[in-house]
Design a protein around this ligand. Sequence first.
Ligand SMILES: CC(C)(COP(=O)(O)OP(=O)(O)OC[C@H]1O[C@@H](n2cnc3c(N)ncnc32)[C@H](O)[C@@H]1OP(=O)(O)O)[C@@H](O)C(=O)NCCC(=O)NCCS
Length: 175
Amino acid sequence: MAGRLGSIEAVIRPARDDDADAVSAVIQKALRETNARDYAPEIIDRIALSFAPAAVSQLVAKRTVFVATLEGRIVGTASLDGSVVRTVFVEPGVQGRGIGRRLMAEVERTARERNVAVLAVPSSVTAETFYARLGFRSVRDSFHGDERTIIMERTLAPPSTACDAPCVPGPERLA
Ligand SMILES: CC(C)(COP(=O)(O)OP(=O)(O)OC[C@H]1O[C@@H](n2cnc3c(N)ncnc32)[C@H](O)[C@@H]1OP(=O)(O)O)[C@@H](O)C(=O)NCCC(=O)NCCS
């Protein structure tokens, strides 16, 4: 579904190890321009450090990480860590154009394939409305020091009962 500015057709693909620098750059930019509205500078600095290129490289090795590209350039990322959604970031210049939604559709598709029953996400304060639009509900707050996140969950139907045959996926099932 189109965002306020009209959606852009990003290509979603699994991340490779040599994407780490570009993924880190997107995260750093989103943290400093978007999350900085909701979190204190020292919190942003701490999170930014944890997503330096070497750290992102390790995450690509141990999680299922996706990237969104526009004309080959990485502009977004999202990952699945067991049943938990992590590290969802879209470059500020192309936010609001449906890229986050498409990344989450891929994460959700992967989770369903792995028979994840309940998908969870520790949401930033910044992204709570985004996840709510995708059907997640807020469960509780979580604090790492003074960094507040909101634990949100979405129940996934198992793949076998996701629809009656013949199965024609409706738009709501792509979210
Ligand atoms: C959260 C984020 C990933 C969303 O990506 P995006 O590409 O801008 O999102 P989309 O354009 O796909 O938006 C999907 C829906 O969520 C809504 N939405 C997205 N961000 C929103 C916001 N901050 N406030 C309200 N609604 C928002 C959109 O309006 C859209 O709704 P619709 O399709 O029903 O019209 C992006 O804003 C971001 O990188 N934020 C900073 C990083 C962050 O906090 N990430 C989450 C870490 S847990």
